[in-house]
Ligand binder design. Structure first.
Ligand code: GLY
Length: 368
């Protein structure tokens, strides 16, 4: 149970009312396609990869969160339709990669958790099998994408699907694979100072990492903020699902690094903490995702700095929110990658905003 001071509670309740007002309209207006970003305030589909695009679970997942919090059918109808539209993806092999956790965890595992829908359970288990099937038993990691022998930090956020499947069908193989990936990530991606490498290139036969890579960050050795957020939230989720202390310790290390750097820019999250100060590219998706992890870390450790940090990050990004009808999306400043050099709306920034505020309202539903 989180008790906020009166001012923060008022702020959280105010944001929540604005989210509900806006999203209950969006749920009707944006129903028949899966949104990714906006053009001139209007939602558009992902530019490539169609049904297998990695972010395709976030809009539906956001609708499940809203349904859980409000009980409004308009959210449920939208979420169910989003889930159905994603069935087409199961017919495509290329592109069903490590991110199936982002997709069916949020669409189908969430649906199954909320109303026990048996078809959703099957979808989520299919997705868990696809994810587990990507394990490289020599290199001891889950292979990212369909090129090179890469592991990436993003996969931490996909592991909850495996922990769930392990319990759901009483089969430890799923959990073993998830823990293998989390253990490898601690060893190879997390640096001693708590920052995190996006990508690692593996030499499978010799079970070693050849090099780490910048990936979507600024440079080799830098700290891509969404990658830091994937690690922060991903490790506390692995701790919640397994109880392994090493995951909690790693989460704290990553969180301390995140907060130390976020403070330097008044809690506005730059796209890479180690990039030059100009141009200052904000990535609000990193801020909202990190805030979710910080709230759960606070609930686990009761250390005030994590709750205070989450609230500071969320309050700092409020000025980038649009709650009126001038844009269908909410948060306007996200970055796909540092190299893209362009801030845009990203659906997952909104998802994590909703999730973070729901957590601060003491939601008892962990969607991951
Ligand atoms: N999972 C890809 C990204 O964070 O952009």
């Amino acid at each position: 149970m989180i008790s906020l001071n009166a001012e923060d509670r008022k702020w959280v309740d105010g944001i929540w009312a604005k989210l509900d007002r806006k999203l209950s309209k969006t749920a009707v207006d944006v129903f028949d396609f899966i949104p990714y970003t906006t053009k001139e305030g209007i939602y558009v589909e992902p530019p490539k990869e169609g049904p297998v695009w990695w972010t395709n679970g976030f809009y539906g997942g956001m609708m499940w969160l809203m349904y859980h919090m409000t009980g409004k059918d308009v959210y449920k109808a939208c979420a169910e339709h989003q889930e159905l539209m994603m069935d087409e993806a199961f017919q495509i092999y290329d592109g069903l990669h490590h991110d199936v956790g982002f997709q069916w965890n949020l669409l189908s595992k969430a649906h199954y958790a909320l109303d026990g829908n048996p078809k959703s359970r099957v979808r989520a288990l299919h997705a868990a099998n696809i994810l587990a099937g990507r394990v490289n038993i020599c290199g001891k990691y889950i292979r990212a994408w369909d090129k090179l022998n890469l592991s990436i930090i993003d996969t931490m956020m996909n592991l909850p699907l495996l922990y769930w499947a392990s319990r759901e069908v009483a089969d430890d193989r799923f959990r073993f694979i998830a823990e293998m990936q989390a253990d490898m990530t601690m060893r190879e991606h997390v640096r001693p100072n708590g920052s995190v490498a996006h990508e690692a290139l593996h030499d499978d036969l010799n079970d070693r990492v050849i090099e780490t890579r910048a990936g979507q960050g600024y440079a080799v050795g830098s700290a891509w903020s969404r990658g830091q957020a994937w690690a922060l939230y991903g490790f506390i989720l692995s701790y919640i699902h397994t109880g392994k202390e090493a995951y909690l310790d790693t989460c704290k290390k990553v969180a301390d690094y995140f907060l130390e750097y976020a403070e330097k820019t008044n809690y506005k999250t730059p796209t890479d903490f180690n990039a030059p100060p100009e141009p200052f590219y904000i990535d609000n998706s990193a801020g909202t995702c990190a805030a979710c992890g910080l709230v759960d870390l606070y609930k686990t450790t009761h250390e005030d700095k994590y709750l205070t940090g989450a609230i500071r990050i969320l309050r700092a990004l409020e000025e980038d929110c649009i709650f009126d009808d001038s844009s269908q999306s909410i948060l306007q400043k996200g970055m796909e990658s540092y190299g893209r050099g362009k801030q845009l709306h990203l659906i997952y920034a909104d998802f994590f905003l909703v999730e973070a505020i729901a957590k601060l309202k003491n939601s008892d539903f962990l969607i991951w």
